[in-house]
Design a protein around this ligand. Structure first.
Ligand code: 48F
Length: 252
């Protein structure tokens, strides 16, 4: 039996993490937000061999997926996205014609596990606080420890580069807001009221490039275009991530 030396444990963590972070300085795709759309986009990009770095400001992954609907950790998925659940090997049940339910934990677990197996570079507890724009194109993300913001410290950030930066930050479309503020281009209309049927279609059709080098997926799409919200039906989030990946792959 190997004697367990605490210094070796610390050293293993520091060295491994720093090597992974160094590996993530120059990137093809950087996804901001580890909610359902960001995780689905990562899955379909990785599947096609695109390297992906995902930055998540929270401790735990999943964004709004983990809490299901009003903390009932069940989500509804419609017929058009059932193929994705099958592909991810997520168990689901038919509720009635066109409506299926699954555990938000099973969906989150499957997305994360499959992504990590394919080499996703996932960094939690890091916040994207700004973007790098050169020659009118978004070319990177400005990052800092989330704890810096929580403690209201004044600490300068670091930068990672991106060929494709994806705003998957949810209802607030935080990254598009940053680009709007810095470029003075009007990019955000603001999310509309609840209308699940419309919102689920529009979130998919509206997914795409918002500014050169910057893409929107998931709820940030609806915030950008002024589309409605949809509540705890998640097929649109998965399909938006899938569409985002196909657009980036086409553009490569
Ligand atoms: O909110 P979120 O789950 O976004 P989404 O993928 O899915 C929306 C649904 O959960 C739900 C819905 C669908 O029925 O309406 O709300 O569009 O995940 C967004 C993630 O982005 C992280 C945040 O912590 C969350 O996990 N995030 C937000 N801003 C930043 C960020 C930032 N500046 N830097 C890093 N992560």
């Amino acid at each position: 039996m190997t004697y367990i030396d605490e210094i070796n444990v610390s050293s293993a963590i520091i060295e491994t993490y720093m090597n992974e972070m160094k590996d993530a300085l120059v990137n093809e795709a950087v996804i901001v937000g580890g909610g359902p759309s960001g995780l689905a986009a990562a899955y379909y990009l990785l599947k096609e061999g695109v390297s992906v770095t995902l930055i998540e400001k929270a401790l735990r992954p999943g964004g709004g997926l983990a809490g299901g609907g009003m903390m009932f950790n069940v989500v509804v998925v419609q017929e058009s996205a059932i193929e994705i659940l099958k592909e991810l090997e997520v168990p689901f049940k038919k509720f009635k014609e066109g409506y299926f339910t699954t555990s938000s934990m099973a969906l989150l677990g499957a997305l994360l596990f499959k992504n990590m197996k394919m080499g996703l570079k996932y960094f939690n507890l890091i916040t994207v606080e700004d973007v790098m724009i050169k020659q009118d194109r978004v070319v990177g993300a400005v990052i800092n420890w989330s704890s810096v913001f929580m403690a209201e410290l004044h600490v300068d950030p670091l930068v990672i580069s991106s060929k494709y930066l994806v705003d998957a930050t949810g209802h607030d479309a935080e990254i598009v807001h940053m680009v709007q503020k810095k470029t003075k281009h009007s990019l955000i209309k603001g999310e509309g009221p609840m209308n699940a049927d419309e919102a689920e279609k529009l979130v998919v059709s509206g997914t795409g490039e918002v500014f050169p080098g910057l893409y929107a997926a998931g709820m940030s799409v609806n915030a950008v275009h002024g589309y409605p919200r949809m509540g705890p039906i998640f097929g649109g989030m998965l399909l938006s991530g899938k569409r985002l990946a196909s657009l980036i792959i086409k553009d490569k």
